[in-house]
Design a protein around this ligand. Structure first.
Ligand SMILES: Cc1ncc(COP(=O)(O)O)c(C=O)c1O
Length: 363
């Protein structure tokens, strides 16, 4: 039976003034909407207790498996307000399918895609007042964070027997506080984020914890983000800490690392590969060596390079720091990059026709 995520009887609501204040200057993931969708799962019983309740602390004991063994997965998607006031999600079924794959990898129970999508729709509907107008940046939205944790109070190392699923929401503006400014990337040739056979393709917290030390180093060295390479040969480009990587060649190829189990199957990545032909670009998924890339950036073979993901949409890359060598990108806010960015945002915010059928109406 499908989960309904009906509203609890005791929901409380923020004032219009408070919401307007938070919408004026949204801080990514720092403020949360009034409510959350929840459901629990028990081995032998399945999913139950689905509801939309007030945003509140979780009943997690110190012995909970998630705290010790990182048995946890999450997702990220956004609710967009269109000019007519309607609210939409972008390809939530894709997030739901990835959530199933992540759950399987982390020995968590799977949540049917329809239930996942319904939980997101219900929270965005109940908290529709928290979905901002797109604003001057044209990018404000309500970020939804579905997640699942194993919270049985038991230190034995075992698959989850008690699980909590939840969706929370946070109003967001542009991911990078300074707006669309080309990123400077630190090339990380030593510390890997994930490895073949590991959990790179799953969206689980451990992958992100493993990337933080490199991220700190990047900041110290004046970079915004880290570009990770593979864990074996330390030369094949993988992705950034929280975004996929793409380069545009001077003859119109849109090149991105192939999916080999170590990088996240980004939904933005997939969508860009699907719209690329409409923009006159040929999508190519293949291995890209870091030396080939940096050589191609220097020679002009790759005049444009960018990162992509739900949070930042499409963000141009302006330079790389590889050891002590600085490599500048020829066209850091290049025409093709900005066109891809605009195309995606226009579909998400209803400013262009959704010819692919990617949007799911909330209300
Ligand atoms: C490691 C990583 N790669 C790529 C992405 C981009 O994925 P998506 O486009 O589905 O947001 C994300 C963000 O979700 C991520 O965390």
């Amino acid at each position: 039976m499908s989960l309904r995520f009906a509203s609890a009887d005791d929901l409380t609501w923020s004032s219009d003034e408070r919401i307007a204040l938070e919408h004026a200057n949204p801080r990514f993931g720092a403020v949360f909407s009034d409510h959350m969708a929840v459901a629990t799962w028990k081995a032998g019983e399945g999913w139950a207790d689905d509801a939309v309740v007030n945003y509140q602390g979780l009943d997690v004991n110190p012995g909970s498996a998630v705290l010790h063994y990182a048995q946890e997965i999450f997702e990220g998607l956004k609710a967009y307000r269109h000019a007519d006031g309607s609210i939409w999600l972008f390809r939530p079924d894709q997030n739901g399918e990835r959530f199933v794959r992540s759950a399987e990898r982390l020995a968590l129970p799977t949540l049917p895609v329809d239930d996942f999508v319904n939980a997101c729709v219900r929270l965005a509907d109940v908290d529709s007042r928290w979905v901002p107008e797109p604003g001057d940046s044209g990018e404000k939205s309500l970020y939804l964070r579905p997640f699942m944790i194993a919270y049985q109070d038991f230190l034995g190392l075992a698959a989850a027997s008690t699980v909590l699923f939840s969706v929370i929401g946070s109003p967001v503006g542009a991911y990078f506080a300074s707006g669309v400014k080309p990123l400077r990337l630190l090339v990380e040739r030593t510390q890997a984020r994930t490895a073949r056979g590991g959990t790179g393709e799953a969206k689980c917290g451990g992958n992100y914890a493993a990337s933080l030390r490199s991220q700190i180093e990047a900041k110290k060295r004046g970079c915004d983000e880290v570009l990770f390479v593979d864990a074996v040969e330390h030369r094949w480009i993988e992705e950034l800490g929280g975004m996929n990587f793409m380069a545009i060649s001077k003859d119109g190829q849109l090149v991105t690392p192939e999916l080999a189990g170590t990088i996240l199957r980004g939904i933005t990545r997939k969508s860009i590969l699907e719209v690329a032909p409409d923009l006159g670009l040929e999508p190519v998924e293949r291995k890209i060596g870091i030396d080939e890339l940096l050589g191609g950036v220097r020679s002009g073979e790759f005049p444009e390079v960018f990162a992509c993901g739900t949070a930042a949409v499409v963000t141009p890359i302006g330079s790389f720091l590889d050891g002590d060598t600085d490599v500048q990108v020829a066209e850091p806010t290049g025409k093709a990059t900005m066109e891809i960015r605009r195309r995606l945002l226009d579909i998400q915010f209803g400013r262009a026709e959704d010819t692919h059928g990617w949007l799911k109406r909330v209300r």
